[in-house]
Design a protein around this ligand. Sequence first.
Ligand code: ATP
Ligand code: MG
Length: 373
Amino acid sequence: MHDGSGRIAVQNLTKQFGAVTAVQNLSFTVEPGSVTGFLGPNGAGKTTTLRMLLGLVKPTAGTATINGRQHHELGNPARVVGSVLDNGSFHPKRTARDHLRVYAAAIGVPDQRVDELLGLVGLAPAADRKAGGFSLGMRQRLALATALLGDPQVLVLDEPANGLDPEGIAWLRNFLRSFAAQGRTVLVSSHLLSEVEQTIDQVVIVSAGMTRYYGPLENLRKSQRSRVLVQPADATGLVSALREAGFNEVEPTQDGRVAVPGATVQQIGDIAAKAGIAVYGMEEQQADLEQLFFQLTSPQYSGAPIPGVPQQQPGWGQQVPQAQYQQPGPQSGPQMQYQQPGPQSGPQAQYQQPHQQPGQQPQPNQGWGGQQQ
Ligand SMILES: Nc1ncnc2c1ncn2[C@@H]1O[C@H](COP(=O)(O)OP(=O)(O)OP(=O)(O)O)[C@@H](O)[C@H]1O
Ligand SMILES: [Mg+2]
């Protein structure tokens, strides 16, 4: 019935809702054994794409397949793909356990699996409570348990971190990584790169229904250009010396320093010494990945190339997706933003829990269970 590969393939997918083009000629593949982030701002077309993949919306053009088949061709789809698209669609009067039992019966899974999953997602203490009284985070967990009932090969989650507390997010991250480490496929959407940055290895970035970047997150990271800010005695002299040495993008900053992209402090120090210019200080700066994400997804994004990120379109269906993005317009993109190097702070810190060992099953008591009434 299907090829069993666990591969998700989205090819030239388009969805038109009347005058609104929700998804426009979108193509990417998601390989098994990896967690792929499907990222884009509100209204970018993420949910619409996932709904097409899951057979809930008919594409205007193109195809979205799992295991080489469209959703309706999968036989018993719950055994192939588990999904969470909407965490609010539970019968409010039904308990969590009864909800899972109904679904288990529908897909031919024994009741015993229901309690296993309630434990896995940390809902055991709330198993006999009615889902109508569940918090957003509890509904997310119940939805995830439902998705996992059929022990699927592929997991598709739309904004699963919404409503989760920091502990829940850390648990989800570990769970998804270990799920992928078993050779399974995970596609997880988010409108925040920082929310999933620690979880994903591949990334598909969409904006206005179009692909902006598709490839390993690592390549996107590497594409961040570092620069060195130099405090010289003679800024004009140093700019000339650096340009003569081939650093053409060098420019003075408003505070009297000189910004040098793509050079090391040693190179700059040597050039300054040779030119007889005293240097009072140098500071290395890295571009911010989040800024890069904004740049890629902002409506004003103009298709300026990102240094280090290949732009050629790979043959679709390649084993390992190559970085690529469509060129939505003429070049003249905003300048890359820079941030101080150093440890991440703020909300991101909550996702930086230690990784679970690959292949290790999440423990039932790792979740939120102890915190629930
Ligand atoms: N059933 C529908 N009828 C009309 N327009 C729709 C429908 N579903 C989605 N759209 C439109 O398609 C576009 C993409 O919406 P979609 O929900 O796929 O975005 P999203 O990336 O999931 O956004 P978010 O981050 O807010 O969840 C939006 O302009 C939305 O208004
Ligand atoms: Mg959405």
